[in-house]
Design a protein around this ligand. Sequence first.
Ligand SMILES: *Cc1c(COP(=O)(O)O)cnc(C)c1O
Length: 361
Amino acid sequence: MKTATAEVRLKSLQLNLERVRRLAPKSHVLAVLKANAYGHGLLPVAKALEDHADAFGVARIDEAIALREGGVEKTPIVLMEGFVTPDHLPLLNKYQLESVIHSPEQLSQFLEAALEEAIQIWLKVDTGMNRLGIPVSQCSEFYQSLSQSPNVKAPIRIMTHFPCADDIGSQMTDAQITVFDEINETKSTELSLCNSAGVIAWPKAHRDWVRPGIMLYGVSPMLGCCGPEHGLEPAMRMTSSIISIKEVEAGQYVGYGATWKSNEKTKIAVVAIGYGDGYPRHAPSGTPVYVNGREVPLAGRVSMDMICIDLGPDAQDKVGDEVILWGPELPIEKIATFANTIGYELLCNITGRVDIRYIKS
Ligand SMILES: *Cc1c(COP(=O)(O)O)cnc(C)c1O
């Protein structure tokens, strides 16, 4: 009998990448694999996508090194926040990595370094998110300094990031595109603006490189939507098993804090998954769980290793039966809404205790 097990269908990852290509046919695709490929397992995901993606994007240099040491040899790898200390600079050459530059500190460290080989640079411009990136007004200056450096391989790419592309009613994205297009250097080099939401909802911003993350895993970035609505297949099915079933009488309580009380005599099943596996502790009673072809509600608080679910008085389910916590049968977006979070966080929170099994067909 299995405990918390994430089944990842590699073919779905490839189909989702093909979906990106159909949506953005003129763009190169930088597939985002940060945070352990959104919980799906860095190396197996990279191997499944290396013949399909034009580049991989990661957030930390350790992720990039793990990819190279794991045998991802040819696909370009971009550090999407750049190097964080000058000690990383020689590693960019050693592991053949590309880097974002988003700050004056990075610029001066980079220009002062004596690199063995020129590096592909992605200059990140802040067009309104006010997180990473240089001000639009400094773009020319940065671009010029970089162009003159022997450390830089041409062309310098220019990128920005969207905070509101998931909301088609927001004015922010249009305003950002306008600001971005006014940068003189954007007329003559390769450009990148779009995350998954940009790929889906902002075709005019596709340009030379798109940077999809969440949609590759079959999860929707759009507010109130699920992956299949955009032609995506959820790549992960999070499963476990029922390890106990018992009858409780009306008026009895279930779980820590005695927060759930039965209205009637019913059957309560215990499922071997909890917040120690990454199932969200904030999922309230009533959050759906999929068992034997139907949804049943969570009953009481999520424990570290277990959850309790209300099967109903007439249930025929047995100990050992499979339970699906999210996957093609039960959208992770729906679970995220119940738990007051987003699918991204549920995926990133999957812990090392979960057995990830790869389905090749
Ligand atoms: C994480 C990230 C992406 C991918 O975002 P999704 O919403 O998962 O598609 C793209 N670009 C940058 C700079 C990122 O940090």
